[in-house]
Design a protein around this ligand. Structure first.
Ligand SMILES: CC(C)(COP(=O)(O)OP(=O)(O)OC[C@H]1O[C@@H](n2cnc3c(N)ncnc32)[C@H](O)[C@@H]1OP(=O)(O)O)[C@@H](O)C(=O)NCCC(=O)NCCS
Length: 322
């Protein structure tokens, strides 16, 4: 039996750190409101000209190094992003060229903040079926390029960064199960205003911006993530106490707390990065996973639950033995 296993992780955050107090200067908000409602204290913004693929390249090289393989060994790239450099070539192909590997399939996955869980699920199926030996799974975003800095209800949340994992064929179980869901009936609650085919809103200078009904998103996110946690436990015949670490999408500390409560889990067992990273969409889960592994909290053999929720809505979870 062939399984897929995470061999190495890597991440990258742009140099520029933007504290809540800096946002206070450009919009009607306050450090205390942002901390209390979201848990965010600061976040990273990409430099002018620094792109989603630029950030992914650094994260990917770190993951490949941690995995102890070479870039030439990568035979599949699945790249989750809502903010690709170009319409095409896809971000996966652009990353493939930067890494110097060639020939294997490389493509991008668009599932907003759930993108990394979707990408991991796809790569897991390639690896388990024998179609790939070393898959690179990436989440990278320059969300500040689609952030409306005149909208205080969204501008305080979103940020930039990248994370990556090398998922390799193994005789030992690694990814134990993945669970993906979506419901397009909720698309008006969280979306981006423009795109190539639909066009752009007049007066936006052909720019597209994130729009969100925050309170409604919050309620559905907590419900759906609670459901998918139950699904993971049932599918693997596990008790809540069997899960060692929760690595959640970092949208809001209150959503993270609700999922931890559902698992009867102490926040000490949750990798939380939202306070200094904000919401980096598809990058947030691999960024948090890399953080927990590199600081020594997540150890080989630990059972880890990854979960995410995003625009669409899309949501999903994956149970992984490290
Ligand atoms: C966005 C979010 C933080 C807002 O928090 P909330 O507690 O729901 O706040 P509300 O939207 O009800 O707004 C409460 C008040 O704060 C105000 N407010 C909104 N943004 C503000 C800001 N940045 N600074 C100060 N006040 C703000 C609102 O105008 C409102 O004022 P009012 O009561 O006078 O009308 C919260 O709804 C949330 O996190 N939702 C989920 C979003 C998310 O995770 N999205 C991504 C999913 S991938």
């Amino acid at each position: 039996m062939t399984y897929s296993r995470i061999l190495g992780t890597g991440s990258y955050l742009p140099a520029r750190v933007v504290h809540n107090t800096e946002l206070e200067e450009v919009m009607e908000t306050s450090d205390s409101w942002i901390r209390e409602r979201t848990g965010i204290v600061s976040r990273h913004y990409a430099a002018d000209g620094e792109t989603t693929v630029d950030m992914a390249e650094v994260a990917a090289k770190r993951a490949i190094e941690a995995a102890g393989i070479s870039a030439a060994d990568i035979d599949l790239i699945v790249f989750a992003t809502a903010t690709p450099d170009l319409v095409f070539p896809n971000a996966g192909v652009m990353l493939q060229a930067r890494l110097g590997c060639r020939g294997g399939p490389a493509f991008s996955v668009e599932a907003a903040c759930s993108g990394f869980i979707y990408a991991l699920s796809i790569a897991d199926k390639f690896v388990r079926s024998g179609e790939a030996k070393h898959a690179l799974v990436v989440g990278s975003e320059t969300l500040t390029r689609i952030t409306d800095f005149t909208d205080r209800t969204t501008a305080i949340l979103f940020a930039d960064g990248a994370g990556a994992v090398v998922l390799s064929a193994s005789q030992q179980p690694g990814v134990l199960s993945t669970h993906l869901h979506s419901d397009g009936h909720y698309q008006d609650l969280l979306y981006c205003t423009g795109g190539v085919s639909k066009g752009y809103e007049p007066g936006t200078g052909n720019r597209a911006f994130i729009r969100m009904a925050g309170r409604e998103v919050f309620k559905v996110a907590v419900t759906m993530l609670g459901n998918v946690v139950d699904e993971v436990l049932a599918a693997n015949n596990l008790q809540k106490s069997d899960i060692k670490w929760l690595v959640p999408h970092q949208a809001n500390i209150r959503i993270i707390q609700a999922v931890a409560k559902k698992l009867d889990m102490s926040l000490d067992n949750v990798i939380i990065t939202v306070q200094e990273q904000g919401n980096t969409s598809a990058a947030s889960v691999p960024l948090a996973l890399d953080t927990g592994i590199r600081d020594g909290r997540i150890k080989p053999g630990d059972l880890v639950l990854l979960e995410a929720f995003g625009g669409g809505f899309t949501w999903g979870a994956s149970l992984v033995r490290m």
